[in-house]
Ligand binder design. Structure first.
Ligand code: FE2
Ligand code: FE2
Length: 381
């Protein structure tokens, strides 16, 4: 007579489940399969089972927890539960016993071994299952064991998750640093080719950060500001070299060529997700407070406060560095120029904090910054 007894096989390896099915079905048993602990619990709810084969290393819960869960169900207190494991050690035995396993079958197993173990345990005279209303003490013991297992599992997964999150964070940080390093290198190459702009980008970054500090920006905003200041002229990589190097007056076409660089800086940076705000600053560094700048003629608060810092820092460094047609301007001259342009070219509040910085320690500030990021050569005549 055909048997209707059911064996639940929970294993994430489909080859193992298929092997169990191929061996047990000719024996007249029905095999129901599950690839995770949760799927196993689902099968238990759908079907009455008579035996369970459980892999100890399931992707979602440990096999121990699943065995303990099954044992905690009144109707399954006495069914045979067999652990499947490829990594057997005698240390596992007390854990398996505590979780409610009857025995263990080591993987890979032979047809005979599986057939023998199923026959031995399924055909053995086993005590009747407990009555529907279980002894509360036994229930409590099962629940305690189950909660211990679940807490153990949870800790294991939390630890694993933390480890992976830390690892991913470290990798993302490394990639960000590599991108920043690469852009710095491009800027350095650009500037070493230019006699008069050596160190310009780094000085602009440094001045902008000093302004940002006086304005009370956060550490994160200061970091973005530093990168915005340092990368503002990146777009010059896409501008005709001959025009950039031309020492004398530029034609209208040549000016148009030069004026492409803020938009190019923006385009180059906007594609890098963690540099979006930096791209914004670089794209706005030739705008003006009064709306007479380029490329978009934005004005006032349409331009971010960080961009206003870089606009002023850029102009300040241009005035305090040598150019092919003039030497660096004296500080009092530069201060007078900033005072004159506050509220037109420069944001009045940014100009005010910077003027305060210059009144307080202008010469020292210039000396220190030029020592750290030396300016280019003086013009020969
Ligand atoms: Fe520029
Ligand atoms: Fe610049």
């Amino acid at each position: 007579m055909k048997e209707h007894r059911v064996v639940l096989c929970v294993d994430d390896d489909p080859r193992i489940r298929e092997l169990v099915r191929l061996i047990l079905e000719p024996e007249g048993l029905r095999v129901v399969e599950a690839d995770t602990g949760l799927a196993g619990i689902q099968r238990l709810r759908e079907t009455t089972i008579h035996m369970a084969l459980i892999d100890l290393q399931l992707p979602d819960v440990m096999g121990y927890a699943l065995a303990a869960f099954i044992r905690n169900m009144t109707q399954y207190q006495t069914i045979p539960i067999v652990a499947l494991t490829g990594a057997y050690s005698t240390e596992l035995i007390p854990w398996m016993a505590a979780a409610g396993f009857d025995t263990l079958l080591q993987k890979p197993f032979s047809v005979q071994a599986l057939r023998a173990i199923v026959r031995q345990y399924l055909d053995a005279k086993r005590p009747e299952p407990a009555p529907a209303v279980a002894d509360p003490t036994v229930e409590l013991m099962h629940l305690r064991r189950l909660s211990r297992e679940i807490v153990h599992d949870l800790w294991r997964y939390v630890e694993e998750l933390n480890r992976k999150t830390v690892l991913m964070g470290q990798q993302a940080k490394l990639i960000e640093e590599m991108i920043i390093y690469t852009i710095h290198s491009i800027i350095r190459i650009l500037e070493t080719n230019e006699r008069y702009t050596a160190g310009h980008s780094q000085r602009v970054g440094a001045y902008a950060v000093m302004m940002g500090r006086r304005l009370g920006l956060t550490q994160e905003e200061l970091r973005t500001l530093e990168l915005g200041g340092t990368f503002h002229d990146l777009g010059k990589v896409g501008v005709d070299r001959c025009v950039i190097r031309k020492p004398h007056t530029l034609t209208d076409e040549e000016w148009a060529e030069i004026r492409r660089h803020p938009a190019l800086s923006y385009e180059l940076l906007i594609g890098i997700p963690f540099l979006r705000e930096v791209a914004q600053i670089a794209g706005e560094h030739h705008e003006r407070y009064d709306g007479k700048g380029y490329p978009h003629g934005k004005k006032g608060d349409e331009i971010s406060i960080s961009s206003h810092c870089v606009i002023l820092a850029d102009a300040f460094d241009a005035m305090t560095s040598h150019r092919s047609y003039r030497r660096a301007l004296p500080l009092p001259h530069v201060v007078a120029e900033i005072e004159r342009c506050a509220g037109t070219q420069f944001h009045p509040e940014v100009a005010e904090v910077w003027l305060q910085e210059l009144y307080d320690r202008g010469e020292t500030l210039l000396e220190e910054t030029h020592r750290q990021f030396p300016i280019g050569d003086e013009p020969s005549s």
